[in-house]
Write a protein that binds this ligand. Structure first.
Ligand code: ZN
Length: 164
């Protein structure tokens, strides 16, 4: 018989309500999809937010400003590529702003955005859409529980009905 953890610490599953604001615009909120569960200490959320939550208790609310370095990274000019049009899957519309999933040489999936369409080539941007942006989080800790062995093995929380 174990008791639930009382503070946010490594290997604890933390349930949070959150709102993400970038440039005064709400980009994401648990009001839409319900609270989020994540496994603390496993890079499941951006480093700046994870750091700020360490040691917090259920009921604690906080506002956190996260710099790009501790968020989705600085914008990397090098993380773009020109790709022949024929390498883009036929079902993808060749338009600026369209998100696409590409595979690298190791078969890893990378998401990219088409940022330019030329006669023979398109330019893809592999930066995270929030790279280089400062993130404002309003967060409330609403639950803490011990992680299961399976969650620790996988390195992430299994939300109800979303086990994998
Ligand atoms: Zn899993």
């Amino acid at each position: 018989m174990t008791t639930d953890p009382t503070t946010v610490a490594d290997n604890v599953v933390v349930e949070i309500e959150y709102t993400l604001i970038v440039d005064s615009e709400v980009l994401d909120s648990s009001n839409d999809e319900g609270p989020l569960e994540y496994l603390h200490g496993h890079d499941n959320i951006v480093p700046g937010l994870e750091k700020a939550l360490a040691g917090k208790k259920v009921g604690d609310s906080l506002q956190v400003t996260v710099s790009p370095e501790e968020g989705y990274g600085e914008y990397d000019e090098e993380a773009t590529a020109h790709v022949p049009r024929e390498e883009i899957p036929a079902e993808v519309p060749l338009e600026e702003g369209v998100e696409i999933i590409m595979e690298d040489d190791d078969g890893e999936e990378l998401s990219a955005v088409i940022v330019w369409v030329g006669a023979d080539e398109v330019k893809l941007d592999f930066n995270h859409p929030l790279a280089g942006r400062e993130l404002e989080f309003e967060v409330k800790v609403v639950g803490l529980r011990e992680a299961t062995e399976e969650e620790l093995e996988h390195g992430h929380a299994h939300m109800e009905g979303h086990a994998h």
